[in-house]
Design a protein around this ligand. Structure first.
Ligand SMILES: [Ca+2]
Ligand SMILES: [Ca+2]
Ligand SMILES: [Ca+2]
Ligand SMILES: [Ca+2]
Length: 193
């Protein structure tokens, strides 16, 4: 009988340890183990997470870390982010390939709430800013910047935005494309205020 209590205590401790380490590795906001690349532009910090995720998962990561998926508000911001990604971030294109065969990264644009109403909402909350209305032949809203390729075309119902890191037959490198956020797992860029 003497040894039962200590054994129970040790067993309980082991169970707790295993449980907590499982929980640790499941945490959505555990960025320490991930490959990342950080940079700044115009007083903002950005973090590229080199882990291919669905768009919604990428948003969850960003929000859990006090950030949002990058919202590109000017040509200068587009150039800064694209230059960092294409020149310095050391991205393995094969790891962030989309279903159409070109490398891309998620940004915070989407038309989830209403088709063809494109907003920046990189934390997927109630606050967004519309920047585009319509499809390929749509129009900018309130003079907002955009860098669409021959997109958005909502091909098969595509409601989230990525930046291409490779040219395609219809889009130059760096252009924006709408994709299905669940059918594609991509690296993603977080922006911090
Ligand atoms: Ca921004
Ligand atoms: Ca928002
Ligand atoms: Ca759409
Ligand atoms: Ca598209």
């Amino acid at each position: 009988m003497k040894n039962i209590v200590p054994n129970l205590a040790i067993s309980t401790l082991l169970v707790l340890l295993v449980f907590s380490s499982c929980r640790e590795s499941d945490l959505e906001d555990d960025l320490s183990a991930k490959q990342t690349y950080s940079f700044t532009f115009n007083g903002k910090s950005y973090l590229l997470v080199k882990e291919a995720r669905s768009w919604q998962d990428a948003v969850s990561y960003a929000v859990a870390n006090g950030a949002y998926l990058a919202e590109i508000n000017s040509e200068e911001e587009q150039i800064a982010i694209f230059t960092q990604l294409s020149t310095f971030a050391d991205i393995n294109f094969n790891e962030t390939n989309n279903q159409f065969g070109f490398a891309a990264v998620w940004l915070g644009g989407n038309d989830i709430a209403a088709e063809s109403v494109w907003v920046w909402n990189g934390n997927n909350d109630e606050t967004d800013v519309q920047f585009w209305n319509g499809g390929v032949d749509g129009n900018t809203v309130n003079g907002s910047y955009n860098n669409w390729g021959n997109e958005p075309d909502n091909d098969g119902n595509q409601d989230v935005l990525c930046m291409g890191l490779e040219a395609t037959p219809i889009n130059a490198v760096g252009k924006w494309t709408d994709l299905d956020g669940s059918d594609n797992n991509l690296f993603f860029v977080m922006e911090y205020d």
